[in-house]
Design a protein around this ligand. Structure first.
Ligand code: MGD
Ligand code: MGD
Ligand code: MO
Length: 688
């Protein structure tokens, strides 16, 4: 099955949005004479409902962008000079294969893949890449940069990344939108929340920032970053003392109630109000609403787990629905991620068996800065000598960029970047290889915000000399002499392998999506996918590791009030018109975002003599970032909001927010702590 034969009549090609977003929309691309004219939402897919966000409706503009990489490039000047020359594919691949072979002969673990969710596709993600790196015996990458604290917390509490079916939010009577700017980053969920609102539901937003979502909810609880567990425990305290509990559900479907009860009783609302920096009455009222409204649903998102205690906070919140028996109703419960519902055949796709008994070391992608700067040592293993980056832009997105840049600037590091554009990371490469976009390749997708599988068909031929990620890894495998038959699998075969018989592939080919067959209220009768089959308030697995078996509030590493030198907490949530660092180079979208901004509360600005529109320095012990201040009601006192992950080179001083974030890790899952970050903000000296 090959891509379309170009025709002069417009053709409609069904696809899937590849981006790291809970919505995973079904796309329809209109193609004429082999050219993609526009990308729209598929009206036949109920979650997409024919509507796309502003960003992805510009996907054709992004794919035909004048700065799209069209040929392989080899570095010409010194590292970081950004100067490259075009080379042929064979020359590039031969040379890369030679370099990798030489390193692998000493120790293949000195080679590191670095990838994340530039595409969420199972095929252009880790399918052929996984096979290649496993066969090579390269270091393994722990892909923690987004969701691992919350993901691990769900596994420890509910037994997996599972939860409510998103469509049922439309029937909820109370929705807590917790750590999520849904209008900006989960638009299709927001439509369901709006529908519920029209039918009388109350919407409460729990977020330090007064987002556009908070503006449209009935109530906004602007707590300090990293204090969500304290709030959740105080809600439990109120549920207990007012008797708003579903004792039958607790008795039959949960584990560890006595311990949790004791823990929660230590958190009267007054104590939590102090920690969270919100009025006591807000907590009391929220508890009453949650304890007395049925069905009540929680839309949790990953924004609240990017702090030291992120795992514990998710665990505490994930206990709430069981306490009030919310899971009994399809429109009650909680959704953070639905990805655990999908029967992905990961081993068949990625073939970890090709390691053939070798124990490759694992490197956490969130500490790439430090790890690129480490020497060979017994605890660490060999110094990293080569990095192959695909589907990610670590120089912009990883924490403590000062160190990340220093690492990638090492003259003795061999770096290959597979990309659409010359990103900040590509600037530091030895080779840049042009990759296809979603319009140009096959792929298959799960979702973390709904429960449909989507198939993506190529709509146009590769732009320029771009090749698929899979094809690039196949070509490298051939040059390294890997002759296992799995390296010959084409992309359509990989699409079929992704779910095996668990999904009707013909249906995917015919309509572009297929709905998983799941119960409407998955935990109405317990049956959690935990070892005990219950919602585990107490986790024996955590306790066995010497950790607290019950959820608790862990203050931030850089807790509010703990430093006089750096008194402001900084969070750096996504910009609405970018997708992490993707789309920053799409002019029409960058024009909407304008320029990098730091939102600051009027009192904090006044205390520092800062006026709106003025350039400021945002700094701490790790570094300094400069951008414009926006004195804004969206910032609460004591917290500043650095918006969006700009490309460093497109910001005013060649840095972005990650210049000040830290490489410390969360309590669970080894995740990054982007929003656990104290800074000071100051005006720039005259003439700077
Ligand atoms: N437009 C757009 N959409 C996106 C993305 C994007 O960059 N742009 N990114 C995508 C990605 S990678 C992901 S992982 C998802 C989810 O991405 P998330 O990072 O969850 O993004 P948001 O939904 O914006 O939610 C973050 C919200 O959490 C708030 N927050 C920060 N700290 C805390 C805290 O300690 N407690 C609480 N309660 N709230 C806090 C922030 O102010 C923000 O409004 O969205 C995806 N969708
Ligand atoms: N300060 C701060 N930092 C953050 C966050 C934050 O909220 N604050 N959010 C974090 C989160 S949630 C995440 S998920 C990470 C995201 O970090 P990344 O996963 O690195 O996401 P992007 O920045 O979108 O970069 C993806 C790159 O992949 C490329 N790409 C896309 N499709 C393909 C393809 O098919 N082939 C190839 N070869 N390349 C492709 C794109 O062009 C893009 O440059 O950032 C994290 N960093
Ligand atoms: Mo993410």
């Amino acid at each position: 099955m090959t891509p379309l034969t170009p025709t002069p009549e417009p053709q409609q090609v069904r696809g899937a949005c590849p981006h790291d977003c809970p919505d995973t929309c079904a796309l329809v691309t209109t193609v004429e004479n082999g050219v993609a004219l526009r990308v729209q939402g598929n009206p036949a897919h109920r979650h997409t409902d024919g509507a796309l966000c502003t960003k992805v409706s510009r996907y054709a503009e992004r794919s035909y962008h004048p700065e799209r990489l069209l040929t392989p490039l080899k570095r010409r000047g010194p590292k970081g000079s950004g100067r490259f020359e075009p080379v042929g594919w064979d020359e590039a691949l031969d040379d890369i294969a030679q370099r990798l072979k030489a390193i692998a002969a000493r120790d293949p673990q000195a080679i590191l893949p670095y990838s994340y969710a530039g595409t969420m596709g199972l095929v252009q993600g880790e399918a052929m890449a996984g096979r290649f790196f496993h066969r090579l015996g390269a270091s393994l990458l722990d892909r923690t940069i987004c969701a691992s604290a919350g993901g691990e917390a769900l596994v420890q509490t509910l037994g997996g990344k599972v939860g409510m079916k998103v469509e049922h939010f439309a029937r909820s009577k109370l929705i807590l939108i917790w750590g999520s700017n849904s209008i900006g980053s989960n638009l299709h969920f927001w439509r369901l929340a709006q529908q519920a609102k029209r039918e009388g539901a109350r919407l409460v937003c729990i977020d330090p920032r007064r987002t556009e979502t908070a503006d449209k909810c009935h109530e906004h609880i602007a707590l300090r970053p990293g204090t969500d567990a304290a709030l959740a425990l105080a809600l439990m305290h109120q549920l207990i003392t007012h008797g708003w509990l579903d004792h039958d559900y607790i008795e039959h479907h949960t584990l560890g109630w006595e311990g949790l009860r004791e823990r929660a009783l230590q958190w009267p609302p007054e104590r939590a109000a102090e920690v969270c920096g919100v009025p006591v009455q807000q907590i009391v009222d929220l508890a009453r609403a949650y304890g007395t409204t049925k069905p009540a649903a929680i839309r949790l998102n990953y924004g609240m787990q990017r702090v030291r205690g992120g795992g514990n906070a998710v665990r505490a919140i994930a206990c709430l629905p069981a306490l009030v028996g919310a899971w009994r109703d399809p429109a009650g419960g909680l959704l953070l991620s639905a990805s655990g519902h999908f029967p992905v055949q990961r081993a068949a796709l990625q073939r970890p068996d090709l390691l053939a008994g070798r124990a490759a070391r694992t490197i956490n992608m969130s500490t790439i800065g430090d790890d690129l700067l480490r020497e060979t040592s017994p605890g660490f293993g060999p110094k990293v000598e080569a990095v192959i980056v695909y589907n990610s832009n670590p120089v912009a997105v990883a924490p403590e960029s000062g160190k990340v840049v220093q690492g990638f600037e090492r003259e003795d590091l061999f770096t290959v970047v597979l990309e659409h554009f010359q990103t900040d990371t590509a600037d530091l490469a030895d080779y840049i290889l042009p990759a296809t976009t979603q319009l140009e390749h096959w792929d298959i997708h799960t979702s973390y915000g709904h429960t449909d599988v989507l198939l993506n068909r190529p709509a146009i031929a590769p732009v320029g000399q771009a090749r698929t990620n899979t094809d690039i890894f196949r070509a490298l495998a051939a040059r390294l002499g890997f002759d296992e038959p799995c390296f010959a699998d084409d992309d359509l075969t990989l699409c079929r392998t992704a779910f095996g018989d668990a999904v009707d592939f013909q249906q995917l080919l015919d309509q572009g999506f297929a709905t998983l067959n799941l119960p409407e209220a998955p935990f109405a009768d317990g049956q959690f996918p935990t070892a005990s089959g219950r919602c585990e308030f107490h986790s024996a697995r955590l306790a066995a590791k010497g950790e607290d078996g019950l959820p608790d509030h862990l203050p931030n590493f850089e807790a509010f009030g703990s430093s006089t030198q750096f008194p402001l907490a900084m969070i750096s949530p996504p910009a609405r018109n970018f997708l992490n660092s993707s789309f920053v180079n799409v002019t029409s979208l960058r024009d909407i975002e304008g320029e990098p901004l730091l939102e600051i509360h009027a009192d904090d600005a006044a205390a520092r003599g800062i006026a709106s529109g003025q350039m400021v320095r945002v700094f701490n012990q790790r570094g300094e970032y400069r951008c414009k201040a926006s004195v804004s009601k969206r910032a609460r006192p004591g917290v500043v909001n650095g918006l969006g992950i700009w490309w460093r080179k497109l910001g005013p001083f060649g840095t972005n927010v990650n210049q000040v974030t830290s490489q410390r890790l969360t309590d669970m899952g080894g995740g990054p702590v982007f929003y656990d970050c104290l800074v000071e903000v100051a005006t720039l000296p005259e003439g700077a």
